[in-house]
Design a protein around this ligand. Structure first.
Ligand code: M6R
Length: 613
């Protein structure tokens, strides 16, 4: 959802900016643009359409500047068009600005600026920013070295909403100013250059040393330095953090698509997420957390809050928390939680899950929980992301960068980490038999091999995909923990194949949805819970009788003749079965999307990171 790139160094900025935009394409966008500091002032080239189109616009090859900003826009205010694309400039074209986020009070600011003689060429909220900067710049009588920064700072103080902003100026050809509030932005630094981006993978090939900005911290960048200021313009000392991901982790590395690569990375993502947190000899280690037995005994309720796939991981993990810790756990959609006035107090623990750590609704839900005194834990894949900075405690999945919009390895790693969290709490609380915990630990450790085994079923899955890729509706059914996998399988399918799909608790079939089952329709059943397998089989029989094509994922010994295709997966502990049973469904969605000739990694209308409401 909107992408920002910036460069200030000794090389030509344009190729670096275009490469960065290409790497951010997965975030979703409809227009792109670039502005560089040239000898004769600021360049500005932008249009609706893809980055490839931007790169082909006449004049772009002639840009020589070594400082520049670039942007991919995902339209919010005003349709995708050249005028609405970023960067935006003030009337006299002395400032260029790119912006991610939403300026909620832009209308009021625009009116104020118009009253002061400013005019606008776009319908965007962003265009107020370069004009505000111009306004404050000219109003400021002082002529010192902080004048540019003061103008940006004063403008930002007027903005309500969320923003990550880069500003360059023709009057300051050796500087760039960046600032963020509730919107992601990182600065990658080397001795001779600074790279700016909405996320780490886009600039990982240049450096692994990153500055992470807090809300309302301003960075004044030159080629060889980065100075940081608070909103009171007090200079602060900031250290870089080294990011362990390597550059090939953000490349396709021989795979046709990022999604396929990420599906195949799951054994390792799970292995890394388990790391040394689990061993068969000692207690589970989550050194980032500091909970005493007394702290945990006070917790009366646990909320798991997230969006989309991360929320499905929460549903899959809730069982382990309830059963092992004997604490009621509830899963909430972040966009609902934040507005439904949930009952929260200091005896509530809220766990927020977000791969990116930048999802606007999840961040807002976290802020709400904190304001009501609840204890908060963030589970994220991105070091230093917003939710990890906001929460009382943060624990990380170590899945490596996830580029495809459709989340795969983040999901399985999240389920692993919530399970580890449940074990960690359970060991402190001592409410659960230790043999149960030991068994679960050894099953967790065995998972990477079992994922590898499951992935070997790819050809059978691809063959079934060829059979059903032209379907219009698909149903996913499961009971208990398998229902959570049905939800995730259904989301995956609709996201990347655009096939309408529904997921149901299998027992609900007779209460309505069976009316939709007709000859030839596809029904996908997940059956991993031995207690419930017979019941789910009966439900699936009912759809077989009505002519449905069936695709079953199971770890149970069932008679496969009764269904069109059965994928047998390795058996494992019931708490973590989703980590294996989701894999055939990820592959099925992937192959269906490929059969349909769709862009698997960048599905229509979707953004990887939903940083606005
Ligand atoms: O970065 P997050 O985990 O907070 O993202 C949450 C959802 O937007 C995300 O899981 C989305 O549903 C995926 N595209 C699903 O594949």
């Amino acid at each position: 959802m909107c992408g920002i790139v910036g460069y200030i160094g000794k090389k030509k900025a344009c190729p670096i900016l275009l490469a960065g935009l290409n790497r951010l394409e997965y975030r979703g966008y409809d227009s792109a643009g670039i502005s560089t500091v040239e000898k004769n002032g600021l360049s500005l080239i932008k249009d609706k359409g893809r980055v490839n189109h931007l790169a082909s616009i006449t004049g772009i090859d002639e840009l020589e500047g070594t400082i520049g900003i670039a942007h991919t826009r995902w339209a919010t205010h005003g349709k995708p068009s050249k005028e609405n694309a970023h960067p935006h400039q003030n009337k006299t074209k002395t400032f260029s600005v790119v912006h991610n986020g939403i300026i909620e009070n832009y209308h009021e600011l625009r009116t104020l600026l118009e009253e002061n003689g400013y005019s606008f060429v776009s319908q965007t909220d962003t265009e107020v920013i370069p004009n505000l900067i111009d306004y404050y710049y000219h109003k400021d009588p002082k002529q010192d070295e902080l004048k540019f920064l003061r103008a940006v700072r004063n403008s930002c103080l007027d903005l309500k909403g969320s923003f990550a902003i880069e500003v360059i100026s023709s009057d300051y050809p050796d500087n760039m100013i960046v600032v963020r509030k509730d919107s992601p932005l990182v600065i990658g630094s080397t001795e001779e250059e600074n790279y700016i981006s909405s996320d780490i993978p886009a600039i990982l090939s240049y450096t692994r040393n990153f500055y992470l900005l807090e809300d309302f911290e301003f960075a004044v960048l030159s080629r060889t330095s980065a100075k940081f200021y608070t909103s009171d313009l007090v200079e602060i000392n900031k250290k870089t953090q080294t990011i362990e991901w390597n550059a090939t982790a953000a490349e396709k590395d021989g795979f046709e698509d990022f999604m396929l690569k990420e599906i195949y990375e799951q054994p390792n993502a799970v292995r890394e997420t388990i790391g040394s947190r689990i061993s068969l000899t000692g207690n589970c280690e989550l050194s980032e957390l500091h909970f005493s037995k007394l702290d945990l005994e006070k917790i009366q309720k646990i909320y798991i809050v997230a969006c989309g796939t991360a929320m499905h991981a929460g549903i899959a993990g809730k069982n382990a928390i309830e059963k092992l810790c004997h604490i009621t756990a509830e899963v909430d959609i972040a966009s609902e939680f934040r507005y439904r006035d949930p009952l929260l107090d200091e005896n509530t623990l809220c766990v927020f899950i977000s791969q990116s750590g930048e999802t606007a609704d999840t961040i807002a839900a976290l802020k709400l929980a904190k304001s009501k005194g609840a204890k908060t834990i963030a589970i994220s894949n991105v070091i230093g992301s917003s939710i990890t900075r906001e929460a009382d405690y943060s624990i990380y999945t170590h899945a490596g960068p996830e580029i495809a919009v459709a989340s795969t390895k983040a999901y399985t790693s999240q389920v692993v980490l919530i399970t580890i969290l449940a074990i960690y709490f359970a060991e402190i609380l001592g409410r659960c038999e230790s043999s149960l915990l030991s068994e679960l630990k050894s099953d967790l450790l065995a998972l990477p091999k079992k994922i590898e085994e499951t992935l070997k079923q790819n050809e059978t899955i691809q063959e079934f995909a060829r059979k059903i890729y032209q379907e219009k509706d698909v149903f996913f059914l499961g009971r208990g923990i398998d229902e959570s996998v049905a939800k995730e399988g259904s989301l995956k399918l609709k996201e990347i194949s655009y096939i309408h799909s529904e997921s149901y608790a299998a027992g609900e079939l007779k209460h309505g949805p069976i009316a939709l089952i007709e000859n030839g329709i596809t029904v996908i059943g997940i059956m991993t819970d031995p207690r419930l397998v017979e019941k789910t089989i009966s439900n699936i029989q009912e759809v077989v009788t009505r002519g449905a094509k069936t695709f079953i994922v199971t770890n149970q010994k069932i008679n496969s003749n009764q269904f069109d295709r059965v994928i047998f997966i390795p058996d494992t502990n019931a708490f973590i079965s989703p980590i294996l049973s989701i894999i055939p469904l990820q592959l099925l969605s992937y192959y269906i999307s490929k059969e349909k000739g769709l862009d698997v990694d960048k599905p229509r209308n979707l953004a990887k990171s939903v940083t606005v409401e």
